[in-house]
Design a binder for this molecule. Structure first.
Ligand SMILES: Cc1ncc(COP(=O)(O)O)c(C=O)c1O
Length: 302
């Protein structure tokens, strides 16, 4: 379902081309509107699309609450998901929130959608459920969907995987959840996320830093050739790869991505440290990140 061109490209002929709407991406508003005066046009695009396609032909709308790989850290304004929820209800369309990256404390709350005061019908989750120590994923559904399938319906959710219901993964996830609760790691993600975000503001001194954005410990940095015009680097400059290597040399692993501007151009990285990070470790992270950034600017921009 992803809109990431690079990931879709070779599979495109065999993928179903689900209709999409523009993402809420305030730094590069798809409607070229200014931030506080936009009437949330990007959310109302959903209604336009539903009318065009016909509500009877649409079962669900799926979105990440805070974006992970495609536009890391991008988080819509507060009203966005309330409008989306309202449109889904009006046309009897399910709202699926993809929490594979944002869920389980990463953004400082249980789920990313909790920042918006909205309850989805289905949540997809994975990574943070086990802190990545063991593979596990879940589709969490509301009671109505559960009853429709398990009580009124067949009573079976036919969706087999070889390792479905794996007890080791389930036990590890159970343990991760207990420890996270006991140690208040989700609160820690909120607190250290704020601290990290504050410290990262100084990166704007570097001419290639376009935007630093995110929630909790899910922070994206987007790079630009020109801070004023937001002009991106050409894809062939491989800025994101060079930056990632410089960070790696400085002892920091970041998650690079690209294509947010037009499918091809647009360089960004996601910073997503462990949710039990301490303030000293946040400082260390920022030192290494700045070292990587300096190295990248000095080696490749001069
Ligand atoms: C936001 C998001 N959704 C879905 C997926 C796919 O998850 P899975 O590999 O569990 O199918 C990923 C994988 O990275 C992801 O980041």
């Amino acid at each position: 379902m992803t809109g990431i061109t690079g990931r879709r490209k070779i599979y495109d002929p065999i993928l179903i081309n689900f209709p999409k709407i523009n993402q809420a991406y305030c730094y590069r508003c798809p409607h070229k509107l200014s931030c506080n005066n936009c009437n949330m046009e990007c959310a109302y695009e959903l209604e336009e699309k539903i009318i065009r396609i016909g509500a009877d032909n649409i079962s669900a709308f799926i979105a990440e609450p805070i974006i992970g790989s495609a536009v890391p850290g991008a988080n819509p304004p507060k009203e966005y998901f309330k409008i989306i929820r309202g449109i889904c209800d009006k046309y009897d369309i399910l709202l699926i929130i993809d929490e594979v990256m944002a869920g389980f404390g990463r953004t400082g709350k249980n789920f990313g959608i909790d920042h918006y005061g909205v309850v989805p019908d289905i949540i997809t989750a994975a990574k943070g459920m086990s802190c990545g120590y063991a593979p596990i994923g879940a589709a969490i559904v509301n009671e109505e969907i559960f009853k429709t399938i398990m009580i009124k319906g067949s009573g079976h959710f036919v969706h087999g995987h070889t390792y479905g219901g794996n007890p080791l993964s389930a036990a590890i996830s159970d343990c991760v959840l207990k420890i996270s609760k006991r140690e208040k790691y989700y609160d820690n993600a909120a607190k250290q996320g704020k601290c990290l975000m504050n410290k990262l503001q100084r990166l704007y001194e570097y001419p290639i830093v376009g935007e630093v954005r995110g929630k909790g410990l899910m922070i994206g940095i987007e790079f630009v050739k020109n801070q004023q015009t937001k002009e991106p680097f050409e894809a062939k400059a491989k800025l994101k790869d060079k930056f990632t290597q410089c960070c790696f040399d400085a002892g920091l692993v970041v998650y690079p991505g690209g294509g947010s501007v037009d499918g091809v151009r647009g360089d960004h990285v996601l910073i997503a440290p462990p949710i039990n990070i301490t303030e000293n470790e946040v400082d260390e992270l920022v030192i290494r990140l700045e070292k990587g950034l300096k190295g990248c600017v000095e080696n490749y921009m001069t």
